[in-house]
Design a binder for this molecule. Structure first.
Ligand SMILES: [Fe+2]
Length: 187
């Protein structure tokens, strides 16, 4: 039985930075709930990876399907322990090109719960919302500093040795070779 809900996240960083954070495999150790990630296959826009998540003393290993729909959407599907889950994240940039650039990320989640768990859907939603908040707080330890120090500059993600999904598509949409833009406020 399907249960859906939407979360809107406000992030003080450019869309290039937010999308790079979604695709970057090297920052995953900042996430306290993750114990490992192994990419099993990758095409230009889509990837399958095996991810190990930690819940207390337990470890769950799941195969995730992850798709970049450029320029601003990420689709993610996983057969979670609670049932199949589909998550579409859409990133909208506000205040582009100004020191107040920021994003509103709309996360639409659909989870197919077994009939037995459906009466507990409000609790499941609450747990998933809390998990989302934790992940956002952890990502913001990177995003806030990057935006303050480097502004919209994302060329470092495009180095040969950087492990980022869909690097060539990301380059096509977000590369702006040159020095970092000056993030210092002038007003
Ligand atoms: Fe992250």
């Amino acid at each position: 039985m399907k249960h859906s809900f939407t979360i809107v996240k406000r992030i003080p960083a450019s869309r290039a930075n937010v999308i790079a954070n979604y695709l970057d495999l090297e920052h995953l150790p900042v996430h306290s709930g993750l114990a490992g990630c192994r990419v099993k296959s990758e095409t230009e826009h889509a990837a399958c990876f095996e991810m190990t998540t930690k819940v207390g003393p337990f470890r769950f290993r799941n195969v995730h399907y992850f798709e970049f729909r450029p320029p601003s959407e990420i689709f993610h599907a996983v057969k979670s322990p609670l049932g199949p889950m589909y998550v579409l994240s859409s990133v909208e940039e506000i205040g582009s090109g100004t020191p107040d650039v920021r994003c509103e990320v709309t996360v639409q989640t659909v989870i197919e719960l077994p009939a037995l768990l459906y009466p507990a859907r409000a609790l499941v939603e609450k747990l998933l919302r809390r998990l989302n908040e934790t992940v956002l707080m952890e990502d913001r330890t990177i995003l806030d500093r990057r935006q303050a120090l480097l502004g919209d500059y994302v060329e470092d993600y495009l180095r040969d040795q950087q492990r980022i999904l869909f690097k060539e598509v990301f380059r096509r949409y977000y590369s702006r070779p040159g020095p970092p833009s000056d993030p210092v406020r002038t007003s």
